[in-house]
Design a binder for this molecule. Structure first.
Ligand code: NOJ
Length: 486
């Protein structure tokens, strides 16, 4: 079975993982120095959010050179060193590819090569249509000469025109560039957005899952298959039905797609079961593995999403064992393994997210889940780097949440993730078992899993192998256990 079908993949947001040079911003040598943490956790692969040259209007999702490392993160030689060290530790490396848009500082846009972007006639001083940017406000902006261009995100991220063969050829070449350097795959940003609806159509957004996008991924699959070693790609596809997401992971397209329905699910047993069933059915229909995720660099951290303080952490731990007990592949976002909460009280002046900037502060934005990781020590920046501070302030009360502190505590969230990832057995099927209301109980080739999402205490049929919170003979609310199957 290919490695990615049951892998645990750890997402690194390079700006916030580890800083080697003391400028307060994470970088590639910092990541390399902390790879033993991932080897110790037992994950199969890491996915690096963008580290390419970028004006950083959107944390690097605005790329100005797809074949180079931004100086703030290091050099191509640093990337090669990271890749070599990861491979030495048996960790595969997936890099982010951002094909929907470039930065406005990309040479194509800067040099006025307008046929490679989406330009349209305005209606007088009004934009060409009513499409809204995902970050708020119109999805169209004007150049000084009055021409309107599309940006599904920030005005600094003009959308590419995928009907232009030069755009297709350029991205094929970028894929070859990184594959021949040795990367194990790609995470495809806004995979469903590349082909735009007709601009006279009414949808409110430009990111619209058009059928013609699939021919692009059939082409990319051929490129991936030219390389040995089971290279893969995972698609970011949102705002559409599981059956439509599954089309991106047909046998001749990409390998996986993120499960945003699972990520967005409330702490509700019926809803979770419905989503699990729909996800399994959609993936099975095309022979792809289902995937599971409870956090990433765009969403509020689960500890905060699922409740306040104690309850949130308890549920986040139960959600982690539920996710890691499901068949298929799972994604873990940095800091999730430490049970970090969202930082809700960042001062306005340190916030950088365009979601916050463009909404005039009405939307809190995503900085709160991007606060740098606490590694060790008693005060900020907790070993994040040799500098005095990190690019976002770290809460002083994270002293008990550092990697070092949690390593020493057998009951820590870090040790729960470590035990779960190490005990996890590859699984591809799921059978539901009878359970009282509020309890999800299923068996895979790996374990018998029971998650109590708020039902009454449930008598356990046998001793758990692993539990998200202490259990006796019964399974208390907001707790998941793994037991031997059969
Ligand atoms: C999805 C990425 O995850 C997000 O961080 C980014 O802002 C948008 N795509 C635009 O690239």
């Amino acid at each position: 079975m290919e490695w990615w079908r049951t892998a645990v993949i750890y997402q690194i947001y390079p700006r916030s993982f580890a800083d080697s040079d003391g400028d307060g911003i994470g970088d590639l040598p910092g990541i390399t120095s902390r790879l033993p943490h991932l080897a110790d956790l037992g994950v199969d692969a890491l996915w690096l959010s963008p580290f390419y040259r970028s004006p950083m209007v959107d944390g690097g999702y605005d790329v100005s050179d797809y074949r180079d490392v931004d100086p703030v993160f290091g050099t191509l030689a640093d990337f090669d060193a990271l890749l070599a060290e990861a491979h030495r530790l048996n960790l595969r490396v997936i890099v982010d590819i951002v094909p929907n848009h470039t930065s406005s500082a990309h040479p194509w846009f800067a040099q006025g090569l307008r046929d490679r972007y989406v330009f349209a006639e305005g209606r007088g001083t009004d934009p060409p249509n009513a499409w809204q940017s995902a970050f708020g406000g119109p999805a169209w902006s004007r150049l000084p000469d009055g021409a309107w261009y599309l940006h599904s995100f920030d005005p600094g991220q003009p959308d590419l025109n995928w009907d232009n063969p030069q755009v297709r050829a350029e991205f094929a070449d970028i894929l070859h560039f990184w594959l021949s350097r040795g990367v194990d795959g790609f995470r495809v940003d806004v995979a469903h957005g590349l082909i735009k609806p007709d601009i006279s159509e009414i949808p409110l957004i430009s990111i619209f899952d058009q059928d013609r996008v699939h021919e692009i991924y059939r082409g990319w699959r051929k490129i991936l298959d030219e390389y040995p070693g089971e290279r893969m790609a995972v698609a970011e596809v949102f705002d559409t039905e599981p059956e439509r997401v599954a089309r991106y992971v047909a046998a001749d397209e990409l390998h996986q797609a993120f499960n945003f329905d699972f990520l967005e699910a409330p702490w509700d047993p019926a809803e979770l079961r419905r989503i699990i069933d729909a996800s399994l059915a959609a993936a099975a229909g095309v022979g792809a593995p289902p995937t599971w995720v409870i956090s990433n660099h765009d969403r509020r951290r689960p500890v905060t999403r699922f409740g306040d303080g104690v309850v949130g952490l308890r549920r986040a731990r139960a959600a982690a064992l539920l996710m890691l007990g499901l068949p298929g592949a799972a994604y873990v976002y940095q800091g999730e393994e430490l049970g970090l909460p969202e930082v809700l009280d960042l001062p306005d002046e340190v916030r950088t997210d365009p979601q916050w900037v463009r909404s005039g502060g009405a939307e809190p934005g995503r900085d709160g889940c991007r606060v740098p990781l606490p590694w060790e020590g008693d005060e900020p920046p907790f070993g994040f780097g040799p500098g005095e501070r990190a690019w976002l302030p770290m809460p002083p009360d994270w002293a008990g949440r550092t990697v070092a502190a949690q390593r020493a505590d057998p009951g820590s969230t870090l040790n729960l993730y470590r035990d779960a990832i190490r005990l996890r057995r590859p699984a591809t099927t799921l059978t539901w078992r009878p359970a009282p209301d509020g309890v999800l109980c299923f068996e895979t080739e790996g374990f018998l899993v029971a998650a109590n999402l708020g039902g009454s205490a449930f008598t356990l049929p046998r001793e758990p192998v692993l539990a998200s919170s202490p259990v006796g003979g019964t399974l208390p609310p907001d707790t998941t256990v793994w037991m031997e199957p059969g």
